[in-house]
Write a protein that binds this ligand. Structure first.
Ligand SMILES: CC(C)(COP(=O)(O)OP(=O)(O)OC[C@H]1O[C@@H](n2cnc3c(N)ncnc32)[C@H](O)[C@@H]1OP(=O)(O)O)[C@@H](O)C(=O)NCCC(=O)NCCS
Length: 332
């Protein structure tokens, strides 16, 4: 890159201004643009990763303006998007960056009452309260994009509508799957379930990789029980992994091959795992389910689980609205 330097993958570039002269070059001092066209100013911003933002915020070394690539964030983006952030006081409707639990995250400001902010993700189940005098300061405001300017018209109504629309879409998708299973070409399967042993673990990992494309993110360990779901040919079509914590059984991973869903296999597997937990003398089964994972919620409810609370992490108060997990329990 012209006149640029790269450190640890981060590029801090200095581009010539429109005249191309050295004097008109858009120099940066720790990300503060001093001259040049808007295009060259944008190019000269310091690009920071999430980790660098968190570190610099902790050390009080954030630039006045910086660029940050975000994706799957609590605020709306078109895929991965480069946002420009600036240190300034937020106003209602702003998308802001904060540090929660040591990591940088984003929220929409719904309203400001002195040091207290009412916040919400653009698609989030509930509002977050944030007190800038006790919970931590706002480290940057996103320079408003067209979408942000639209949300500023009525951030409360727009974020709330986003959530209702997302919930409606999740229900519609679940119903569509249900209907297409009923009317589509049905795979006939008479399932059996059994408790799997450590020798079966390689098969479980292979199933997981093939069924969802990602490796199973857990290793076999002693305090677990795994139930496998088999078709009439004895082929593994599903698995549920329960981890034991004290007298409770945590249903950590459950997956049915998508070609075999909606035929009672998931329910049979979960029922078997619950029965096994009861036989082992455990007193509680619980699971965390994303609130828009309607098929999973219905499958666990069918076995008797019920929602008790939102999942939260006290060390990271903003994480609950991002994970969007509800805790479902079944007393054994
Ligand atoms: C959740 C999952 C394991 C359910 O497995 P399944 O074999 O499709 O579930 P079942 O056919 O046994 O259905 C059990 C109950 O759930 C409900 N259900 C499941 N899918 C449903 C859907 N799309 N719409 C409505 N109800 C549904 C029904 O009440 C059903 O009981 P019923 O058929 O006796 O009325 C499966 O959908 C899956 O693997 N999903 C992806 C991974 C995942 O989300 N895991 C859970 C994370 S906590």
């Amino acid at each position: 890159m012209d006149n640029g330097s790269s450190t640890n993958g981060r590029v801090e570039s200095r581009h010539a201004g429109p005249s191309g002269s050295a004097a008109s070059a858009s120099a940066t001092v720790d990300g503060v643009a001093s001259a040049g066209s808007s295009a060259s100013v944008a190019a000269s911003l310091v690009a920071l990763s999430h980790e660098e933002v968190a570190t610099r915020a902790r050390e009080g070394r954030l630039p006045q303006r910086w660029r940050m690539r975000i994706k799957d964030a609590p605020i709306f983006t078109l895929g991965a998007e480069d946002l420009v952030l600036r240190q300034r006081a937020p106003v209602a409707g702003d998308a802001i960056c904060l540090i929660s639990g040591g990591r940088a995250t984003f929220r929409r400001v719904l309203a400001i009452d002195g040091p207290r902010l009412r916040l919400r993700g653009d698609v989030a189940p509930f509002e977050d309260a944030w007190d800038t005098s006790t919970d931590g300061e706002v480290i940057g405001c996103v320079e408003p994009r067209i979408f942000d300017q639209f949300v500023m018209l009525d951030p409360v109504a727009i974020t709330r509508s986003n959530w209702y629309a997302a919930i409606a879409a999740a229900h519609a998708l679940s119903a569509k799957k249900r209907v297409s299973r009923s009317f589509g070409k049905k795979v006939e399967a008479r399932f059996t379930t059994r408790i799997l042993s450590l020798e079966d673990w390689a098969g479980v990992r292979a199933f997981w990789l093939e069924a969802c494309g990602d490796p199973l993110p857990v290793q076999a360990h002693e305090d677990q029980h795994v139930v496998g779901l088999f078709d009439e040919n004895g082929v593994l079509r599903g698995a549920t992994i329960h981890l034991r914590f004290g007298t409770a059984s945590y249903s950590a991973f459950t997956l049915v091959d998508r070609r075999f869903r909606n035929q009672g296999g998931g329910r049979a597997m979960i029922e078997h795992a619950v029965k096994h937990a009861r036989e082992r003398g455990l007193t509680l089964c619980y699971v965390h389910i994303h609130v828009r994972n309607i098929p999973s919620i219905l499958a666990y409810k069918r076995v008797g689980f019920h929602a008790v609370r939102w999942w939260r992490d006290e060390s990271d108060p903003l994480l609950a609205a991002e994970r969007q997990w509800k805790v479902f329990e079944l007393t054994l």
